[in-house]
Design a binder for this molecule. Structure first.
Ligand SMILES: [Zn+2]
Length: 327
């Protein structure tokens, strides 16, 4: 990434300096991930003991499977245990590249690009990227959004369809169809101004559905800002105040009242989905939304810190190869 402030490279950006080697050499990749996950404390995941040693190949090099041995419980383990990569046979250097690419590119990186760069099959690359996205999901429980919170909704995806039965209705546009012959998925974004975004797929954008979600995600002391979509009217009563801008008369901001932050999140998400990924199936859309939310929520830290955050996010998220990855 461009160093916009022309400042000298800080210690935390050394992470980025180590990445090119970690993406080429398997030992460097394993040691990079060990350092990110464990720091200087490679504690045994079975019993917590620090009385552990790296196993060697007899010539002083690392064991072929990069095993560690615990002297207390006698178990062996590797850095993969208890993470999104535990059940993957893909070399960790490809995981390093995928983490790096997903963290450094604002609009994300496609499985096709990963497949070409790492010389792995498209199927393996898809598997890899879905798990990288899973590592990017925010763990529960979450804190409620506070202060000025913008809410907005949009429709994503959907290939053109023949026949009329798939057409959904956009309640925003006086019940006009959403595109012609399309079936799109509604997505809700709640953005704390200057803070985090919470974005998710919703079954519909009725007052009933959004009225269940928003009071859970947003603190009652917040100032809610939306456009003049009528479903927000009743929901707004849950918060300290509710201001709206009326897009229908060309109003997008009035003083500090605007939903532009939420709209810019959607703009990045859509440019990513249509530009980088071309087509995203409805089944996987929530993972892409998590990926874009992760990058938004970590926008104030460096690429290196973001990579550390996603590798730490890989912990405790073990997935089986064939396990469905719905949330
Ligand atoms: Zn142990």
């Amino acid at each position: 990434m461009r160093n916009e402030n022309k400042k000298p490279i800080k210690a935390k950006d050394k992470i980025v300096a180590e990445l090119p080697l970690a993406c080429m050499d398997e030992t460097a990749a394993v040691e990079f991930i060990e350092k990110q996950r464990w720091g200087n404390m490679p504690a045994c995941p079975h019993c917590g003991s620090l009385n552990v040693t790296k196993m060697t190949d007899g010539n002083g090099g690392r064991n072929r499977r990069f095993l560690w041995r615990c002297h207390d419980c006698k178990e062996q383990y590797t850095v993969r245990i208890g993470t999104v990569f535990e059940d993957s046979r893909l070399p960790l250097r490809h995981w390093c590249y995928a983490f790096w690419a997903a963290c450094a590119h604002k609009k994300g990186v496609s499985a096709l690009q990963i497949s070409r760069q790492c010389l792995i099959t498209y199927k393996s690359a898809l598997f890899l990227m879905h798990r990288v996205r899973y590592a990017m999901t925010e763990p529960n429980p979450k804190q409620q959004l506070k202060g000025v919170v913008e809410a907005d909704e949009t429709y994503v995806g959907g290939k053109p369809r023949r026949g009329i039965k798939d057409i959904q209705i956009d309640h925003r546009k006086h019940n006009r169809y959403v595109g012609r012959g399309t079936k799109k998925t509604p997505v809700l974004a709640l953005v704390e101004r200057g803070g985090n975004v919470r974005a998710r797929i919703v079954p519909n954008v009725t007052a009933k559905t959004l009225g269940k979600i928003m009071p859970k995600e947003i603190h009652p002391s917040s100032r809610l800002m939306t456009d003049s979509f009528r479903v927000y009217r009743s929901i707004g009563k849950n918060f300290a105040s509710h201001d709206t801008v009326n897009h229908e008369i060309g109003e997008y901001a009035r003083g500090d009242v605007t939903s532009n932050t939420a709209e810019s999140f959607f703009a990045i998400l859509k440019r990513g989905i249509y530009g980088t990924f071309h087509a995203v199936s409805k089944k996987h859309l929530h993972r892409y939304i998590d990926e874009f939310s992760f990058r938004w929520n970590t926008r104030k830290i460096t690429d290196g810190e973001r990579i550390t955050a996603v590798i730490k996010g890989a912990d405790g998220k073990r997935l089986m190869y064939r396990q469905p990855i719905n949330s």
